[in-house]
Design a protein around this ligand. Sequence first.
Ligand SMILES: [Zn+2]
Length: 153
Amino acid sequence: MSHGLWGGIIFRKGSPYWLAFAFGVLPDALAFGPLVVLRMTAGELVMGRPGLNTIPPWVYTVYNWTHSLVIAAVAIIILWQINRKPAIAAGAWVLHILMDIPVHTQDYFPTSFLYPLSPFTFNGISSIKLWAVNWLLLILAYIFFHFRKSSLR
Ligand SMILES: [Zn+2]
């Protein structure tokens, strides 16, 4: 959710807010969304992080594709050739990947941001404090932009 909110607030120029929001959540929505739907329909959805041994291999494949700066760059370059405004909104996809790199550990979905060129991943730091700071900054950013927008009227 926070990826969508950051993407929406930073990359909304020239495009509807929802489009930048959608690009912000796209990497996780494509990787985990189908699994959540499958588990919901099977009545097997559990709250919290599922165990790695319960996650099907295709989720890791989709995750690697959607969390690759290489693939995002190629897609955005193609989109840029077609229509520049949504290509700017797609910057939220890149932001998502850049935000994931330092906060994903090697133990749980490390961000293979150079996939398929390299399997390199960074062993980030995952903590509740970082999560809290992220949401605090997000709330402050939305308050700031709300009042800035109000003062421009
Ligand atoms: Zn992600």
